[in-house]
Ligand binder design. Structure first.
Ligand SMILES: [Zn+2]
Ligand SMILES: [Zn+2]
Ligand SMILES: [Zn+2]
Length: 303
């Protein structure tokens, strides 16, 4: 349940990352801007405030994407939609790389804090409250938005950034599957807390956001269960994935590219026993990367 590129407008491409705007954004933008306009003397500032919100969201998502690339992951797409932004990132399956990809988003908001505080100070010195009241209200609104985004995103409620940071930290101690299980468990409790708050405060927007978080948390919980099952399988210790260093499970966990039958590619030297078809690369069930069988053999150095 995340916005897809379908039904989205391609806005631009920067540093190899394509930015899309989902169609639903326009509907919500109309109402969100209308709600902001009465604060200002000129309605233009209501539009500017809403655009500034999404500029901050976009910078946050670029933080995730660029950091993910930096640690060797893939990230080439950001979709903006009414609930914020989604950076499609695929970090290498290591806790450190994942931690950095996630933390870089909120760090952008942290970096914006002194900039906005500086502007508020200038506003104070120059007396814009009297001379440029719209600019004054705008600066306070944008600073508030940035602080709110930072605080909200850091809540340890999976899949918010704070929840994902907690998961990466737990990964060091508990491993990939268990850390996700614990983080999604806390995420559920937090998500239900959000629902309760939304009902209590009759906040429709908060309700939609909580449901979105809960659905994605449930999905990740299912992923955690699958990871735990995978972790419990017996392993072929003579091989190790060149990317994540995990030994492959023993059993027919690969689908033959040639005949489509399940087979154990490690038992027969990357050859399917049913059709004798050879496989150039063997995918790692733990991290998903495909590498030639030779690269899986620690006795043979990678050339
Ligand atoms: Zn984020
Ligand atoms: Zn792997
Ligand atoms: Zn086959």
């Amino acid at each position: 349940m995340t916005p897809s590129r379908q039904g989205s407008i391609h806005l631009f491409r920067l540093w190899g990352i394509s930015v899309y705007l989902h169609w639903s954004w326009f509907f919500v933008a109309y109402y969100a801007i209308s709600a902001r306009v009465p604060k200002y003397g000129s309605p233009v500032w209501g539009v500017l405030e809403y655009l500034a919100l999404f500029l901050i969201v976009l910078m946050h998502e670029f933080g995730h994407s660029l950091a993910c690339r930096r640690v060797g992951g893939q990230a080439d797409q950001i979709v903006l939609w009414p609930l914020g932004g989604v950076a499609y990132v695929n970090a290498p399956p290591r806790p450190g790389a994942t931690l950095w990809s996630i933390a870089a988003g909120p760090l952008v908001n942290v970096a914006l804090l002194p900039v906005l505080l500086g502007l508020l100070y200038v506003d104070h010195l120059a007396g814009w409250q009297e001379s440029l009241p719209d600019l004054h209200v705008f600066l306070w609104a944008v600073s508030f938005i940035n602080g709110l985004l930072l605080g909200f995103n850091l809540l340890p409620v999976y899949p918010l950034d704070g929840g994902q940071i907690l998961r990466s930290l737990l990964w060091y101690a508990l491993g990939k599957g268990r850390s996700l299980m614990v983080a999604t468990g806390i995420g559920f409790a937090g998500g239900l807390g959000f629902v309760a708050l939304a009902v209590w405060g009759r906040e429709l927007w908060m309700g939609i956001l909580s449901l979105f978080l809960l659905v994605n948390c449930w999905r990740s919980f299912q992923e955690a269960r699958a990871l735990r099952r995978l972790e419990h399988l017996p392993r072929r210790r003579e091989y190790a994935c060149p990317v994540c260093e995990t030994s492959p499970p023993i059993g027919p966990f690969w689908l033959c590219q040639h005949c489509g039958q399940p087979c154990d590619l490690f038992a027969h030297g990357a050859v399917c026993p049913q059709c004798q078809g050879h496989h150039e690369a063997v995918a790692c069930p733990d991290c998903g990367r495909a590498k030639p069988l030779l690269a899986w053999d620690p006795a043979i150095p990678e050339g």
